[in-house]
Design a protein around this ligand. Sequence first.
Ligand SMILES: Cc1ncc(COP(=O)(O)O)c(C=O)c1O
Length: 422
Amino acid sequence: MTTREDLAKWDAQDPLAPLRDLFDLPAGTIYLDGNSLGALPRATAARVQEVVTREWGAGLIGSWNSAGWIDLPHRVGDKIARLVGAGPGELVVADSTSVNVYKVLKAALAIAAADAPGRNVILSERTNFPTDLYVAQSVAREHGCELVLIEPDEDPADRLDDRVAVLMLTHVNYRTGRMWDMAGITAQAHERGIVTVWDLCHSAGAVPVDLTGAAADFAIGCGYKFLNGGPGSPAYVWVSPRHADRFAQPLSGWMGHAAPFAFTTDYEPAPGIARYVSGTPAVIGTAALECGVDTLLAAEPYGGMVALREKSLALTRLFADLVDERVSGFDIESPRDDEQRGSQVSLTRPEGAYAIVQALIARGVIGDFRAGQSGLPDILRFGVTPLYTRFVDVWDSVEHLRQVMESDEWRDERFSQRLAVT
Ligand SMILES: Cc1ncc(COP(=O)(O)O)c(C=O)c1O
């Protein structure tokens, strides 16, 4: 049986261990929520200070040119592209994930209407993140389409028929961490003339992604989770070069115009991905996002996403095994199969999930809780971030969980009071 001493040795031998120093982590805290909000990179505070005081304060409006603010969404987009198997000039930082879902769904429907006319179904999954479904509901209404949702135990491949215009999936599920086979599903969708939209919120920086290799069509994702961009960080959008120039996206703002500073009356989309920018970029947030993305690129000399993935799998496997061995009363909702698991372990229990997470947080072990929906159970989520999560952190977290359960500490009334953000 594995002991804490064994795990301390694993940490001592871990070639990725030095990357933890890139983060400013509070002492006495085990942070297992980088799948919700990534931790603060050490470089971010100084960089944001520089943007605010030197570039904005001293440089004023001239910094759009002299500090390169105008190119920032593309420069940071190119860096994110390296993490998701996209080429330079194919991915741009812009808006929020929700807004980008709207843009790409509309563009995907336009492509489907041109290439395979007469289809009226957007296919997605019931346990997709709600914002994706809410936006898809609006888009479906606007287009007179039907939004059809597969159940968690269904295979999307079984539902791909010639009524489906667009298949919109989240690559790694926010509740369970289950990961779809992007290349396989995209190929099956393409065989039936269906356009694909992939949400990479829980994938970019967490698992290797190869958008080009998968021949995917559209992808979107956020900056604040595994990319460590900070709260409210801007999101990103990728469009296959096969499609980028074919349609103007619907939020046709001036920053996606071919010549924004010509101030013409009529919209003319910029070539390529630049048209997916709508308004003025969020400079401070994008500068912070760049620091976050840089923490992942710093892993390149150590083997990059492949090495991070190997460690992530070892961490999540360990977490699940230790829960099996040392704690009773929980089911493990995340897939046991490495191929199908993202960078988190989700547990379920008939009662007390919220209170147990709160009791752990009071002990300095930060995971989170996601309410059950549509007959699905409440979930305790524990995300691992191989850049900074240590093997002993996994041991200590499970030990805290064991103690919280055995002492009934979680039943203390204060842990049941729901906060605004769970
Ligand atoms: C898969 C997925 N999509 C979208 C979002 C959120 O979208 P937004 O960044 O617009 O808040 C989340 C947030 O957790 C998510 O997990």
